[in-house]
Design a binder for this molecule. Structure first.
Ligand code: SF4
Length: 265
């Protein structure tokens, strides 16, 4: 066998090995995002494939393209870091990035973190979060099946409404998340989520009941536009339980757009 052929086989073997390492890392990161953290923390420096000088130049681009959505979200989270882009950074306890399945068909978008979310650093974990969990279960899904985020990532003091400049500062982060996840449908929870995603000031009562469309400003390479179903915020539902039927009608549209057949219990 010529030296060239041996070298070529070595390169293929090395690239296969890198594929396996990268796929395994992606799988573990995905599992981590799905809440299965028994693998322990994943240290990037330990899991990055070894570099082969010169030969890796081309294949490196391929491996970059194969990075999973979980890794892209992880990178975005790191880039956001300890964001100070708006005044909400001065009063927050935790920045609430969002959580769930990076490959979700459905993304729920709320307004912003409340007190409990601020304390825990997770979206929708207070009383309204409990109701959202019930809504998701009613759809035959679990919380880990969907992705949940907010228009703004830091709590406005006293749970006041987010200001326009705060939304303008923060919304691009959510847009990047949506571009990475590229869901089949977005469910906008409440006025601020619906009006921001749809770039309108039309009241939520008139936005709901129809399927609208969100056009990503960040290229996804997957979808030109994403259907948006707007409905009432779970916090509003807690105060107005009589509207649950209306919200359920909206969730049925979400299920239809996501291609979900409700599981029998
Ligand atoms: S609300 Fe958004 S833009 Fe403002 S500080 Fe928090 S993460 Fe940054």
């Amino acid at each position: 066998m010529s030296d060239d052929k041996v070298k070529c086989n070595d390169v293929f073997f090395f690239n296969d090995l890198v594929d396996v390492i990268t796929d395994l890392r992606n799988y573990l990161v995905s599992q981590n995002f799905l809440g299965l953290d028994y693998y322990g923390p994943i240290n990037n420096s330990l899991w990055l494939p070894p570099q082969m000088p010169v030969i890796m130049d081309e294949s490196k681009k391929i491996h970059e393209a194969r990075y999973s959505k979980a890794i892209l979200l992880e990178r975005l989270r790191k880039r956001i870091g300890d964001c100070q882009k708006c005044r909400l950074s001065e009063t927050r306890i935790n920045l609430v990035f969002g959580e769930g399945n990076p490959g979700a068909d459905i993304v729920f978008v709320g307004e912003g973190p409340g007190r409990e979310e601020d304390i825990q650093g997770r979206p929708f974990v207070g009383a309204a979060g409990g109701l959202l969990d019930n809504m998701i279960r009613a759809m035959g899904l679990e919380r880990k099946d969907v992705y949940i985020g907010n228009i703004i990532k830091c709590r406005p003091p006293g749970n006041r409404n987010p200001a326009d400049d705060e939304i303008s500062a923060c919304f691009p982060y959510l847009e990047e998340q949506l571009a990475i996840i590229s869901p089949k449908v977005i469910c906008a929870l409440g006025k601020f989520a619906a009006q921001t995603l749809l770039n309108t000031k039309v009241p939520i009562s008139r936005l709901r009941g129809r399927v609208h469309s969100y056009t990503p400003s960040v290229s996804t390479g997957e979808r030109i536009s994403i259907p948006v179903v707007s409905t009432y915020h779970p916090a509003y539902l807690l105060r107005n339980p009589g509207q649950k039927k209306v919200v359920w009608d909206d969730l049925k549209v979400v299920m239809e757009l996501a291609g979900i057949v409700k599981k029998r219990r």
